[in-house]
Design a binder for this molecule. Structure first.
Ligand SMILES: Cc1ncc(COP(=O)(O)O)c(C=O)c1O
Length: 401
């Protein structure tokens, strides 16, 4: 195995399951071995039921709930979420998902012809497409830093951004934890460097809330978004956008409604009639983990389980994990190269994933990235060592004749 995988990124043994953490407490089907929390999350039953109760209250008197009470209810939820992610509630608004937040920011930029937008080849496709759209519209350049393996260390990542930025750069987008590669970017240092050069920077923290302790204010980005439906396991459609005070008057939601130009908070609060119960239930998800297990125990369990699973899978399949910097050990996802033999049988890596789902009821994320096929393991508290053993046992058992 590679140098970093031998150290902090591989654990010798799996963690002990947390009492009460079994899949029966989740709405996830017990028929599927689910190793894919990172894509769309999953919901504890208690959280799904709390959202259902909120929906019933809302539907019992829609005018009062939707029109009269939504402001105070959303303020209470924003305050709880802000405290969890280390932000002032006045600088944070609820959005439906990270894509929504990134579109709001990117489409509010006033980009000019000849300017550039900088991101990396580790970005989530929908995000890169959004940047492509705003750059194309303005006649600006989208500059994608490839960062293919062998990957640099943390200092090298900062250096790569520093080199890509020049006098034309009007906006930088950096992942906190990247989607195809499960790599933790040194966002504090990248933000500091960008700001020292006067370039606004947004952190795509879709995976960060709940995966590890988050302090949005300490990161100090101009813009930060995080999903709550991934690692916080809030209902689908719960996310936040944090905007530093100096930009708040120039950032508008993608949907313009009643409160246009009346301020950051009012503009984002009302985007037409819609269901806000996912965000309203997010504090319940935060509390469910806190009171039943403690966030520290959850995060440490998930980190250790994915590290152990990576080691056993790589040994069994004789493959290598992506050699990410050691700080990525804070993540509860890991990306591993798939054996080249798969390509003799499957046209696309998604065909292998479909075969796993169809023939073995096993769900895991896959990526075709940097000219290679990868599998991305996730670990949450309902996962057990046997789940990864199933993947190891069946994953290469396809008939290649
Ligand atoms: C890094 C990253 N950014 C953004 C997103 C988009 O999240 P959503 O579909 O909730 O908008 C994802 C989704 O997986 C992601 O991994």
């Amino acid at each position: 195995m590679t140098s970093s995988s031998a150290s902090a990124l591989i654990a010798d043994r799996p963690p002990k399951p947390l009492p009460g953490s079994g899949i029966e407490s989740w709405t996830l089907s017990e028929e599927i071995t689910f190793l894919n929390h990172g894509s769309f999350g999953g919901r504890p039953r208690a959280v799904a039921e709390a959202q259902q109760r909120l929906k019933e209250t809302l539907d019992s008197d829609p005018f009062v709930s939707i029109w009269l009470h939504s402001e105070e209810q959303l303020l209470a939820a924003r305050t709880a979420v802000a405290s969890f992610v280390g932000a002032d509630p006045g600088d944070l608004v609820n959005v439906v998902n990270a894509t929504d937040a990134i579109n709001a920011v990117a489409r509010s930029l006033s980009l000019d012809k000849g300017q550039s937008v900088v991101t990396t080849g580790h970005g989530y496709n929908a995000v890169t497409q959004t940047l492509r759209h705003v750059a194309n519209r303005a006649g600006a350049e989208l500059r994608v830093i490839d960062l293919h393996p062998p990957l640099p260390d943390e200092a090298g990542l900062v250096e790569a951004f520093a080199k890509a930025i020049d006098d034309t750069t009007a906006f930088v987008m950096v992942d906190h934890v990247s989607s195809p590669t499960a790599m933790l970017f040194p966002v504090e240092e990248i933000v500091r460097m960008c700001r020292s050069r006067g370039v606004p920077v947004m952190v795509d923290g879709a995976h960060a809330p709940g995966m590890f302790d988050l302090d949005v204010e300490a990161i100090g980005a101009d813009f930060y978004t995080g999903n709550l439906h991934k690692w916080v396991s809030a209902p689908t459609g719960a996310a936040f956008l944090h905007v530093s005070p100096e930009h708040q008057s120039s950032i508008h939601p993608t949907i313009i409604s009643h409160y246009y130009s009346e301020g950051f908070q009012p503009e984002f609060r009302w985007l037409g009639t819609r269901d806000t119960t996912a965000f309203l239930a997010a504090p319940m998800a935060i509390d469910w983990f806190r009171t039943n297990f403690s966030w520290e125990a959850v995060q440490s369990h998930n980190r250790q389980l994915v590290s152990w699973a990576t080691g056993v899978l790589c040994d069994a399949w004789q493959v290598e994990p992506l050699d990410v910097p050691e700080s990525s050990a804070a993540c509860s996802m890991r990306t591993i190269a798939l054996p080249g033999s798969l390509q003799a049988t499957f046209n696309e890596v998604e065909d292998w994933r479909d075969w796993l789902r169809r023939d073995h009821r096993l769900d895991v994320a896959v990526h075709d990235w940097a000219g290679q096929w990868w599998v991305r393991l996730s670990a949450h508290i309902y996962n057990r060592p046997e789940d990864y053993q199933r993947l190891i046992d069946v994953g290469l058992s396809f008939d290649s004749r």
